[in-house]
Ligand binder design. Structure first.
Ligand SMILES: Nc1ncnc2c1ncn2[C@@H]1O[C@H](COP(=O)(O)OP(=O)(O)OP(=O)(O)O)[C@@H](O)[C@H]1O
Ligand SMILES: [Mg+2]
Length: 448
């Protein structure tokens, strides 16, 4: 798996303005999300986990403000600065109208890349799905919206492909494996068809003769004359013209259904031919969440944010979704930010875990570091309340998270911490105990 950050968050502050006061949801978050990893994000309710996800995603509500900090993408763009400029935030000079504009602009900008480069899955899959559209249509539309080019390429490839071509490609597959096909497809002007061939070839549930027949059958789908004209014009960038759009759209949606089927079967969903024609209410909760994950992955995003994706599901289904995410992690190059208040869920999927408290990151480390050598007293407290084989009684966590309107000075955990001393009220630093294990606690100040 390749390395390097896809998103680097620096000193990020997010506040919410309400009639009851200013809620300081994020108060200086530093976090890096690397290519191909699953970063678990834990912390009690109200610690700011969802706010962080929404900020990255460009879904902050209008009463939010980003007074300070940056969200830097892998290519170096700072999403916050780009919109807001470098002017520092002054609370007394805050202009709420102007801020609303700012958040709207930031969201708009982020939404342009959302779905393509960053996508998000929420706890309740029903909210992400349109109840009156077929599953296949919803996936097709997502791909069409963000990557029409890919559908056009695929649909046109289908038009030209002959049985002869497909027989040749099967021969290459058998002799040379997948590598030679790209070259052949490129030469024959058929690029786009490879994905479909591989999808069939890599299936484990059918025997080889059947696979060959299915591949040859790909030649059966010829496009109608009008669709062909529409697609060709669309390829020239004329998709925005209504007539062309109408001509091409049908073929593109049809192609999108095919993409949907491939995607769903790659996520281990059986009977995709009928699933794509179903409406959300016809699916079980677990299946719905899988479909939402499929939509999130439809455009090969760099980052997928999952906010409590299994919390509404029962335990067996939850295990299946976690298994799915573990597999995806191996298959895709996307980075996953997996938010959960449940550390035992995170233990199953994460490479690294970040522990949040009162709008700050208290500790970050590899999953085994967090579970075997937890440093922060807050992390230890969270681990203490997980039921295990030895201790089946749940120790309730002592105390509660501070009111986000009046965060305590220094280490926010100090009021609940058994090791707290006076200096904790002034302490606000992150200490790298080892290169990849970082803690924000005064106890480790001289232990580097
Ligand atoms: N739209 C909003 N307006 C005002 N305050 C908000 C808003 N959204 C969140 N907050 C506040 O920001 C703080 C962080 O909330 P957030 O939802 O990010 O926490 P969380 O860690 O996701 O919690 P949970 O585990 O319950 O989902 C809380 O104090 C919350 O009340
Ligand atoms: Mg939340």
């Amino acid at each position: 798996m390749s390395e390097g950050p896809v998103i680097k968050i620096d000193d990020l502050h997010v506040y919410f303005f309400t009639r009851r006061g200013i809620y300081q949801a994020l108060r200086g978050v530093n976090l890096t999300l690397n290519k191909g990893e699953v970063l678990g994000l834990a912390g009690e309710s109200g610690s700011g986990k969802s706010t962080l996800g929404l900020a990255i995603m460009g879904l902050l509500p209008r009463n939010a403000i980003i007074p300070k900090g940056s969200i830097i993408l892998g290519n170096g763009t700072d999403l916050v600065e780009k919109i807001r400029g470098k002017a520092p935030f002054k609370k007394d000079k805050l202009n709420l109208r102007k801020n609303e504009l700012l958040i709207r602009n930031l969201n708009k900008h982020l939404q342009k890349i959302r779905g393509k480069r960053i996508s998000m899955v929420f706890q309740e899959p029903m909210t992400a799905l349109n109840p009156v559209l077929q599953i296949g249509y919803q996936i097709a539309e997502t791909v069409l919206y963000h990557d029409a080019e890919r559908l056009i390429r695929r649909a046109l490839a289908r038009e030209k492909v002959t049985r002869e071509d497909l027989r040749n490609m099967i021969k290459i597959l058998k002799n040379e494996g997948e590598r030679g096909i790209y070259e052949y497809a490129l030469k024959a002007g058929l690029n786009g068809i490879e994905e479909q061939i591989f999808a069939i070839w890599n299936r484990e549930d059918i025997h080889e003769a059947k696979k060959e027949k299915m591949i040859i059958d790909l030649a059966k789908d010829k496009l109608g004359l009008f669709e062909r004209i529409g697609l060709k014009l669309a390829r020239k960038g004329m998709l925005k013209i209504p007539l062309i759009s109408r001509l091409a759209r049908r073929a593109l949606i049809k192609e999108g259904y095919r993409v949907a089927k491939e995607l769903l079967s790659s996520l281990g969903i059986p009977q995709v031919d009928s699933v794509v024609k179903m409406y959300p209410h016809e699916l079980s909760g677990g299946m719905r969440q899988r479909v939402v994950i499929a939509i999130a992955l439809a455009n090969n995003p760099d980052v997928v944010i999952l906010d409590e994706p299994t919390s509404a599901l029962d335990v067996t289904i939850q295990a299946q979704i976690l298994e799915l995410i573990r597999n995806l992690r191996k298959k895709t190059n996307a980075a996953f930010l997996f938010i959960s208040h449940d550390l035992s869920v995170l233990a199953e999927v994460s490479d690294r875990i970040a522990i949040m408290y009162a709008g700050k990151v208290m500790e970050v480390g590899r999953v085994e570091q967090i579970f075997e050598e937890p440093l922060h007293p807050y992390t230890k407290m969270l681990l203490d309340v997980i039921p295990t084989m030895e201790k089946d009684t749940l120790k309730p966590a002592k105390g509660t998270i501070p009111d986000a309107r009046y965060p305590p000075p220094g280490c926010p955990f100090a009021p609940r911490c058994p090791f707290a001393k006076e200096d904790c009220l002034k302490f606000d630093r992150e200490i790298a105990v080892t290169k990849d294990h970082i803690v924000s606690c005064i106890l480790y100040e001289n232990k580097k």
